[in-house]
Every structure is written in structure tokens, then in C-alpha cells.
Design a protein around this ligand. Structure first.
Ligand SMILES: Nc1nc2c(ncn2[C@@H]2O[C@H](COP(=O)(O)OP(=O)(O)OP(=O)(O)O)[C@@H](O)[C@H]2O)c(=O)[nH]1
Ligand SMILES: [Mg+2]
Length: 302
């Protein structure tokens, strides 16, 4: 009888400033969309796990909200969730947007925190597709001077350049241990939450200025039918009547577009017909309401 082949497993946290490309990298590593992505900062609000298998190794990636100086309760909860992710991880991947050219004060603060809290740190310069190559070495040196990283990788999470090397390294580093998720699972996000996130992404893309930050989306009902289709009811909470009017748009045009885009994407994601219904409500102080945080696993009192 041959000895059983050992499995390996590592929890890898993806951290960095808002917009660095953490969620884009997570989706690429997993091979499907599990975390929403927009061109706007502060898209991700909580920890989202995505699972990748490479040979005998399970890599559990933890996408986190961007780390920045928080100004309100939601932002505090988001940043606290990101730091909690650092502490839970075997390896921390710190993503830095290489378009920034030099480390700024925010980067210094993050690296300082990582030096204290992270067991192992890897630096990843992202968005190299948008940066002249000759800038990268200098940037890597400056970043490494801020704090010790065991490795530096240069990647394009969007285009894929360098990502395989990074994933190879991470799986080589994974300690021996049992897989924490079943082989076919790609995310720990319940479908109701994923569905709410997809709608929030479309709202982020179709609304501007402060509006995306004034809203939250919840899946209220999920009904499956014999023909395989699913009916999903969601509520979009905003803080003021004026915001509600903008979100709905003239003649309902804006919310209709959001609904169509979200429904199409959910249909593709779930591989079944989806009937999505959106209700827009004003809830002035949702940002201070513990119930709005619980489902997301965010700490209201962070
Ligand atoms: N050019 C280029 N753009 C990228 C790359 N990776 C991500 N982006 C873009 O950067 C923007 C932010 O990407 P996200 O993945 O949402 O960034 P994030 O770090 O998760 O942001 P938060 O959730 O707000 O903290 C999106 O418009 C992405 O398409 C890359 O390698 N190259
Ligand atoms: Mg994100």
C-alpha cells in the first residue's frame, strides 16, 4: 500500500490600499468572479474568501477591504475587517498599485502594520501593464526599504502577467495540512450575499460621487422554481429622498439599467434564469444600524 499523498493548505490574505486590484487578483486566482470589482475606491466592504486548487494544495485567498484612514462607522468596520484578515493568514500578499510610482504615507502606515501583524509578507506590484518597465525596479527597492518582504512579484492582475509565478510561489509555501473547503467550492460567500454584491457593483458603476457610498443592498427573498429559475428580491437602502430619486433616475431609467445588468450577470454566474426585483428604500441611518453589518460579518463597534 502506498502512503497517502499529503495535502497542503494556506490562507493567503490580499491587502492594500483601496483600488490596488485585490479583488481582480482574487477572481483571477480562483478562475471565476467571487468578489466585485469597480474602478472606484472602497468597492469591497468585507472579507470574501475565494478558493483555488493547485496540484495538492488548497489556497484560500481572503480578499479584504482597502486599508485607509477611516472617517465613519462603515469605513472603520471595513478597515478592521482588513486587519483581522492579516492576523488570520499564513501569508499576506500586499498589493501596491505600481502606477503610484513611489510609496506614500498610506503605504508606510500599511507596511508598518504588516511588519507587526503579519506572519509572512510578500510584496506584489500590480498594474505593470500600465507602467513603463524601467520604473518598476526602483519602486520595488523603495517599497522593500519600508519593510522586509520575503519576495517581490510584479504582476498584472487584469492581464494575467506574472500571476502564475505568484500562485506557484504561494502554493510551494503552503504548509502541510488538510483542505479546509470541499474540492469544488470556490467561495464562502452565500449566494444571497453574492447576488447582493453583484447589484451593488452595478450601482457603483451607474451612480456617481458619494452615492455609491451612501447605499447598501440586501437580498430579502430567494425563491426557486421547478423550471430551474430563481426569483430574487433585493432592497437598495439609501440615506435620503434626494439620493433615492437619483438612484431611480428619470422615468426609472437608472434603476432599470442596474437591474438589467445585475440580472444578466447573475444569470451567467448561477447558470439559470434569474428574475431580479429591486426595491429602493430610504433608511436614513442604515450606516449606524447593527443589522446592516451582521450579515456581512462586519464589526459594528470596530
Ligand atoms: N491596468 C490595470 N488595471 C487593473 C489591474 N488590476 C486591477 N485593475 C483595475 O483597478 C480597479 C480596481 O480594481 P479592484 O480589483 O476593484 O481593486 P481593489 O483593490 O479590490 O479595490 P477596493 O475593493 O476598493 O479596495 C479596477 O478598475 C480594475 O479593473 C491591472 O493589473 N492593470
Ligand atoms: Mg476589492
Amino acid at each position: 500500500m502506498s502512503a497517502p499523498v499529503a495535502t497542503c493548505c494556506a490562507v493567503v490574505a490580499l491587502v492594500g490600499a483601496p483600488n490596488a486590484g485585490k479583488s481582480t487578483l482574487l477572481n483571477r486566482a480562483v478562475g471565476t468572479k467571487v468578489s466585485i470589482v469597480t474602478h472606484k475606491v472602497q468597492t469591497t466592504r468585507t472579507r470574501v474568501r475565494g478558493i483555488a486548487l493547485r496540484d495538492g494544495t488548497q489556497l484560500i485567498f481572503m480578499d479584504t477591504p482597502g486599508i485607509f484612514a477611516p472617517k465613519d462607522r462603515l469605513q472603520r468596520a471595513m478597515v478592521a475587517a482588513a486587519w483581522a484578515g492579516v492576523q488570520d493568514a499564513d501569508l499576506v500578499v500586499y498589493l501596491f498599485d505600481a502606477q503610484r510610482r513611489h510609496p506614500d504615507e498610506a503605504a508606510e502606515a500599511i507596511v508598518k502594520g504588516l511588519t507587526e501583524k503579519a506572519r509572512r509578507r510578500v510584496l506584489v506590484l500590480n498594474k505593470i501593464d500600465a507602467v513603463p518597465r524601467e520604473q518598476l525596479l526602483g519602486l520595488a527597492e523603495e517599497m522593500n526599504r519600508l519593510g522586509g518582504f520575503e519576495r517581490t512579484f510584479m504582476i498584472s492582475a487584469l492581464g494575467g502577467d506574472g500571476v502564475e509565478d505568484l500562485l506557484d510561489y504561494l502554493s510551494e509555501q503552503a504548509p502541510e495540512g488538510p483542505w479546509l473547503f470541499p474540492e469544488d467550492q470556490v467561495s464562502d460567500l452565500p449566494m444571497r450575499l453574492l447576488a447582493a454584491e453583484v447589484t451593488r457593483e452595478k450601482l457603483f458603476l451607474n451612480l456617481h460621487q458619494e452615492l455609491p457610498y451612501s447605499l447598501t443592498v440586501e437580498t430579502e427573498a430567494w425563491e426557486e422554481f421547478k423550471d430551474g429559475s430563481v426569483k430574487i428580491d433585493q432592497t437598495v437602502y439609501l440615506q435620503r429622498e434626494a439620493q433615492k430619486r437619483i438612484a431611480i433616475g428619470a422615468g426609472g431609467r437608472t434603476i432599470r439599467k442596474v437591474r438589467e445588468q445585475a440580472q444578466a450577470e447573475l444569470q451567467a454566474l448561477f447558470g439559470r434564469p434569474v428574475h431580479l426585483y429591486l426595491f429602493v428604500k430610504v433608511r436614513e441611518r442604515w450606516i449606524d444600524d447593527p443589522a446592516r453589518y451582521r450579515e456581512w460579518g462586519l464589526d459594528w463597534q470596530a
